[in-house]
Design a protein around this ligand. Structure first.
Ligand SMILES: *Cc1c(COP(=O)(O)O)cnc(C)c1O
Length: 425
């Protein structure tokens, strides 16, 4: 299969080339040239097996095709169980059983498994740059830690991530280094983009990125939705907490290739871009506002280009979707209420979708819904614990990371300082 740019001005690329490039050369995002239909799949397959069957048409004819089963086995080592909630007709799809306890582990591990194979015969190491405000950097660091031929530099804004997040980012060592930048998340992104666009630097230090627009992260995310939908036994109506539309796009693609997924509803925080668009306004990107569900603090979701491409334009996309905004007070109330009533503790992102589910019920929607749980609540202890009045038990893999010493090097928010650092590494 070949992949084309959402902006239509780049040559079609093979899967390997699209994964290696990240962004298309015309500034657009890679999408499949045509969405395939997958053959019917068994209900009771293992997650990794279902993933390989769903992804096979996308890998057809590519250099990575012979490795697809092994790549899926590495990426889908953790389970993604779908369990019933105490409320009639509600299920939780738990996507937080990977090493850093958030769904991004699946995509990051898949991308790592692809890149390590694409790069295995190179004579110089490939350096992956990640700018992060928290979750992405940890997932990418964990996924690439210890892999041969690849190094990772994680840039995060000093003092603007939670202490627990900062500790995770600095806990890897070896081929994964953390840089605490004197500046904002935007400064970190600017440094990464500047380095990737600097041919002289690239000649000395081969660079690549691992941000969420990479096909190598998005395609595998279809698998857990497909796997859960097969188990559900009837078209699975799905609520997805979203900011950048990554998970949400993956769910829509899984439906488009034939998996039994019903309606897909987007749950957003106080960032209004998507709720305003689906309520009828022309699409308009905004500045991001800070919320307690900070991994969804996005005002200009990059994947809208893929959404419009899938439906064939803005109006068609709007007619085919719904998005609801949930403010911080509602998120906090949802977390507090469930911990007190049924003992379920949700991360702030998952809580947005739980809140939207409750709103649908109040509006008279009696259908069964599956709610994507994007992170373990222990990742957001500083938000969750004061609300529920007790500590949240930390999953073992996260606890192991937090028990290791953490080191981060300081870096000025200056592109010259960053390229000097990269050349010295
Ligand atoms: C990244 C992230 C999100 C937002 O995901 P998108 O797919 O980019 O919309 C939601 N929840 C958590 C916990 C995240 O880390």
């Amino acid at each position: 299969m070949r992949f084309v740019s959402t902006r239509g001005a780049a040559a079609p690329a093979s899967l390997s080339a699209a994964i290696a490039a990240g962004l298309a050369p015309d500034g657009g995002l890679y999408v499949p040239e045509a969405l395939p239909r997958v053959a019917p799949l068994p209900r009771d397959g293992h997650l990794a097996t279902t993933a390989a069957r769903m992804l096979a048409p996308f890998f057809e004819g590519d250099a990575l095709a012979p490795d697809l089963d092994a790549i899926c086995a590495e990426a889908f080592a953790a389970p993604a169980p779908r369990r019933a909630l105490p409320v009639e007709g509600a299920h939780l799809l738990e996507l937080f059983h990977g090493p850093t306890a958030a769904f991004k582990d699946f995509g990051a591990r898949f991308l790592a498994a692809c890149l390590v194979r694409l790069h295995r015969h190179a004579d110089r190491p490939l350096t992956i740059l990640v700018a992060t405000s928290g979750d992405t950097g940890a997932a990418v660091g964990a996924a690439f830690h210890g892999l041969p031929g690849i190094r990772v530099a994680i840039l995060y804004p000093d003092r603007r991530v939670s202490p627990r997040q900062a500790h995770q980012l600095g806990s890897f060592g070896d081929n994964v280094r953390a840089l605490r930048v004197e500046g904002s998340f935007d400064d970190c992104q600017r440094l990464v983009k500047g380095a990737l666009a600097d041919p002289a630097l690239q000649a000395d230090v081969p660079l690549s990125s691992a941000n969420s627009i990479s096909l190598g992260r998005l395609l595998p995310q279809m698998a857990y939705f497909g796997h859960a939908a097969l188990q559900a036994g009837e078209p699975m109506h799905t609520l997805v907490p979203t900011g950048n539309l990554g998970n949400a796009m993956a769910c829509l693609w899984a439906r488009a290739i034939g998996l039994p997924i019903g309606e897909v509803v987007f749950a957003c925080n106080a960032n209004e871009t998507l709720p305003a668009f689906f309520a009828g306004q022309p699409y308009r990107a905004r500045g991001a506002v800070h919320t307690v569900a900070n991994a969804m603090d996005v005002g200009a979701p990059s994947n809208v280009e893929r959404l419009f491409h899938l439906f064939g334009g803005e109006d068609a996309a709007r007619a085919n979707g719904r998005a609801y905004g949930v403010d911080d007070a509602q998120i906090r109330d949802t977390i507090r209420r469930h911990a007190a009533s049924d003992g379920d503790v949700f991360c702030p992102h998952t809580a947005t979708a739980i809140h939207v589910f409750e709103r649908l019920r109040l509006d008279g929607d009696r259908r069964a819904w599956t709610i994507a749980a994007t992170a373990h609540p222990a990742k957001f202890d500083s938000v969750v614990e004061p609300l529920i009045g007790r500590t949240v038990e930390v999953p073992p893999s996260l606890a192991a990371m937090l028990a290791r010493p953490a080191v981060a090097e300081p870096l000025e928010a200056d592109s010259q300082a960053f390229s000097t650092w990269l050349r010295r590494w």
